[in-house]
Ligand binder design. Structure first.
Ligand SMILES: Nc1ncnc2c1ncn2[C@@H]1O[C@H](COP(=O)(O)OP(=O)(O)OP(=O)(O)O)[C@@H](O)[C@H]1O
Ligand SMILES: [Mg+2]
Length: 252
């Protein structure tokens, strides 16, 4: 059986800066797979490559055994890959529910002609989309904020709302870029539970995160990158005890 995501010999250079260099790894379906590394290591660049925002300088990226280099983000969402961003992407003047519904429309093709003609099938779709968004908001713990304007929500609730938005397109895999950044310890614990719940639904979670306690607690597998290269990979135990990781990162 092939891996869900397979990366081989991946390279991304920005002028003279090699943000990602010779990186190979694979993510098995059903895992919570974490990518860690110091600031500037290339974690977000890696997500931008995998999700189609950047074109690699060299290398392969496969989703379910199929090449996905040069496939744009919305097409990848149709194939089951969605993400959140390190910089929050919430529309503050919309309600929480509208943000989640927008997630589905932005990530999947809304058939423009159907929209123009206001076909009955579309109205049914809208109602289904709304029901599904409400379910998702409850799932992430935002059930009390359905009609709340996003600007009135706490930072912690907005971070969970972003995850609901990524889930709105019914992905097989979600890539989350620092979902715990800026959260307090209670909110982080809630987030941990949420990520476990997502994985329990059979959705693969790829996580970039600086919170080591969380990463060590929930990951099936951890990839450590430094200066765009693989420093180590393995189970949380293996990573915790890896001398290179301790020297270059955890011990720093
Ligand atoms: N669009 C870009 N143009 C030029 N350089 C870039 C671009 N994106 C990233 N870089 C560079 O690539 C390197 C990796 O950056 P990246 O944002 O991927 O790191 P990161 O691991 O996500 O860091 P952090 O933990 O701070 O979020 C940095 O040197 C950064 O300056
Ligand atoms: Mg980053």
């Amino acid at each position: 059986m092939s891996a869900l995501i397979e990366v081989k010999g991946l390279d991304k250079a920005f002028g003279g800066v090699h943000a990602i260099e010779g990186l190979s790894f694979s993510v098995e379906a059903g895992q919570i797979y974490s990518v860690i590394g110091p600031n500037g290591a290339g974690k977000t660049t890696l997500f931008n490559l995998i999700t189609g925002l950047y074109t690699p300088t060299a290398g392969e990226i496969k989703l379910n055994g199929e090449n996905i280099v040069n496939i744009p983000p919305n097409k990848l969402a149709e194939r089951g890959m969605c993400r959140t961003f390190q910089q929050m992407q919430i529309c503050m003047n919309m309600t929480a529910l509208e943000n989640v519904m927008l997630g589905r429309h932005l990530q999947l093709k809304s058939n423009f002609l159907t929209t123009l003609l206001r076909l009955p099938s579309l109205l049914k779709d809208e109602a289904d989309c709304r029901d599904h968004a409400i379910e998702l908001m409850k799932f992430v713990g935002c059930g009390d904020y359905i009609e709340t304007e996003a600007s009135a929500m706490s930072y912690g609730a907005l971070k969970r709302l972003e995850i609901a938005r990524a889930l709105a397109a019914e992905p097989k895999v979600v890539l989350l870029d620092e979902p715990a950044a800026g959260l307090n310890s209670v909110e982080t614990a809630e987030l941990e539970e949420l990520l476990k719940k997502i994985a329990a639904q059979g959705i693969t979670v790829v996580l970039v995160e600086h919170d080591m306690k969380m990463v060590m607690g929930i990951s099936d597998h951890i990839l450590v990158i430094n200066y765009g290269r693989k420093l180590a990979e393995g189970t949380p135990e293996e990573i915790r005890n890896n001398p290179d990781v301790i020297a270059a990162y955890l011990g720093g």
